[in-house]
Design a protein. Structure first.
Length: 243
């Protein structure tokens, strides 16, 4: 009996380790692919960048034990290694993209605060939708590509996509964002027509994603949304109590 339990434990640990390694590999590959799309890396640069990311992932296990200063040093060292592989033009573009992303995150946080603090009840979704449309309309092709990669990575964390699924789902997200941008930028459409077109686009996109997932993955995604919704509900309830 003890031997059986030991064997089961070893099998469980081996399976867990394999899944973790697979997940890490997918993340590294996605990061290299994203940087390749953004900076037009050469094959030689891709190999070097991948090795740097793999070392970063391998060192992640001890990250919880790091102080804030040690973490900052490790981050600076990582950026320096990446910079050493890139050309001056690629480094400049990477810094610009990072600054752009930082600005977007800051604006998003400010927008959320504004919705919570100032918008009348029921206006929040409309405000966010308009803001999102304006943001998409101003995005470059590279930014849309980056957004599609991030959306795919997010879904991958929820349902553990295969490599083939990641390729198909990324293409679906990219097409969705490109079409969304086209609608938002179309001056021949009034607000009502844009809303109707975007509603239909979202429905078609959701249906497209569903066809690419297995029944188990759809169930996992639904469970993830349920958990997320529950957390939001608890947070809102807590905020109401405090007020």
């Amino acid at each position: 009996m003890k031997n059986l339990i030991c064997l089961l434990l070893v099998a469980f640990l081996a399976t867990t380790t394999f899944a973790q390694r697979k997940g890490m590999t997918v993340k590294v590959d996605a990061a290299v692919e994203r940087m390749t799309n953004e900076l037009d890396l050469t094959p030689e640069q891709q190999v070097k960048i991948k090795a740097i990311y793999e070392n970063k992932v391998a060192a992640k296990k001890s990250r919880n034990a790091q102080t804030k200063e040690e973490y900052a040093t490790a981050r600076a060292d990582f950026d320096q290694q990446i910079k050493a592989v890139l050309t001056p033009e690629q480094s400049e573009k990477r810094n610009a993209l990072k600054a752009e992303h930082k600005t977007e995150m800051k604006e998003a946080r400010q927008a959320r605060k504004g919705v919570k603090g100032n918008n009348p009840k029921g206006k929040g979704h409309a405000h966010r939708g308009k803001k999102r449309g304006q943001k998409l309309a101003s995005m470059s092709p590279e930014m849309l590509e980056n957004r599609a990669v991030k959306s795919t990575e997010k879904l991958n964390k929820q349902v553990n996509l295969t490599e083939d699924q990641q390729v198909s789902i990324k293409a679906s997200y990219l097409a969705f964002y490109q079409r969304n941008q086209a609608i938002a930028s179309d001056t021949s459409l009034d607000a009502a027509a844009k809303k109707e077109s975007l509603t239909q686009l979202k429905a078609d996109h959701r249906a497209s994603i569903k066809t690419l997932l297995t029944e188990e993955q759809l169930a996992a995604r639904k469970a993830n949304k349920k958990v997320k919704k529950g957390k939001k509900g608890k947070k809102a309830k807590k905020e109401n109590v405090q007020h």
